[in-house]
Design a protein around this ligand. Sequence first.
Ligand SMILES: Nc1ncnc2c1ncn2[C@@H]1O[C@H](COP(=O)(O)OP(=O)(O)OP(=O)(O)O)[C@@H](O)[C@H]1O
Ligand SMILES: [Mg+2]
Length: 468
Amino acid sequence: MRHDREPVGKAFSGVDQARPSSRRWDRVLRRRLARSMPKGLFARTILILVVPILILQSVIAFVYFERHTQTVTTRLSEALVRDISALVDTLERDDLPNRTLIAQRLATRHFGMALDIRDAAALPPPSPRPFFSLLDQTLSRLLQERFNKPFRLDTSSRDKQISIILQLDEGRIMEVRARRSLAYASNSHIFLVWVGITSLLLLVIALLFLRNQIRPIQQLADAADRFGKGQAFSSKFKPRGAREVRKASEAFLAMRRRIERHVEQRTAMLSGVSHDLSTILTRFKLSLAVLPDMEEKQFLQKDVEEMQSMLTAYLDFAKGAEAEKASLTNLKSMLDAIQRDCSRAGHPVQLVYRGDPMVTIKPNAFKRCLDNLVGNAMRHAQAIHIEAHNNGSFCTIHVDDDGPGIAPDQREDVFKPFTRLDEARNQDEGGTGLGLSIALDIARAHGGNIQLDESPLGGLRASVQIPV
Ligand SMILES: Nc1ncnc2c1ncn2[C@@H]1O[C@H](COP(=O)(O)OP(=O)(O)OP(=O)(O)O)[C@@H](O)[C@H]1O
Ligand SMILES: [Mg+2]
């Protein structure tokens, strides 16, 4: 069995080796195509609309133009050559008196040409022929077919005239000059002009309609983007446009209402619980105050204080973060203030800010988020560096410290409410374990996130990133 299987495996491996390279090319090609395609929906739709119209119009115009021009030119040239043939016949009739006069009368009166007859032994030297001329080619062919005589043809003169010189029998030559339009479908370019104008007109109408169809999608994208960043969007936003877009907008509005209701309920519940617990805690404190001094009393008092600060933190958060409106704020000034506060508390902070300092944030909530991160660094470390960078799309703030840091496997857990590692580290003075979860909540309310990493200073790097 094993012996049988081996060649099969090898055969497959051969196919597999060939596939990745073709797949890679496929991927490279697709990536290039995606990169060179316009990014906006409007531009893409125009492309999808314009390219097929252009190809279709070009094919139709080319086929029709070629066929039409060729047929008409051939017919007109045949008529002209027939007329010339009648003149030649007349001029070569020996039995006809005044044949030259008759021929000239025929030419000017009936055929719309000028006829000139000269005595000459040979034709003048040929003029250079145009590189590509339908008229020249067609007339040459027809003249050759009709007369078994040498001739000279000049279709390229500037005065819209063609001249045909033919050798007659008796050492004479005749020259016929006629309007170009007698032999050539000269006005077929009007067809192209009409095709161009109507295509342009249709395209403009299509673009106007298209813009109206795309506007509701742009408004929906804008509203969703602002909602995601925790910013208010115009109350004028209403489901509009095609059925599918309207449906998506309605679903978005329903989702927004549900999220807002959910947040309101959560806030109300948290405030209620925190408030009720605060009342009980106050009663606890009062009862403890009247108890006689003993060792247990101190422990109890400490626990009650801890619970109180925990509740205050939660109450603050429940009140503040969601209700606040986002506004254009000078983030650099906010960081400067934090730096000053830290210095006053005996923690010099190094601050670097790059990019535009003005960002749209909920100032109080965002300050609380940064305070929590910097407060953690102050509690656990000595040196603190803050590095902020606004690149126009995102604003990133790194808070670095030289403390003990957080082990990679615990970096996710510390975001959970009431999670503190300090107890395990035997540090008694600690917070409620809510700081990071509140900070993360605030960052997410701005459409951003917080990430914990190892700091170049050796401790923890907490990075807040929000879209601007
Ligand atoms: N910069 C830091 N260096 C080392 N450990 C940290 C740092 N920041 C946070 N931690 C650890 O993560 C835990 C959770 O932090 P978090 O800010 O959520 O709570 P807290 O600081 O204990 O209390 P609170 O911020 O609510 O007063 C902390 O208990 C601490 O063990
Ligand atoms: Mg904290």
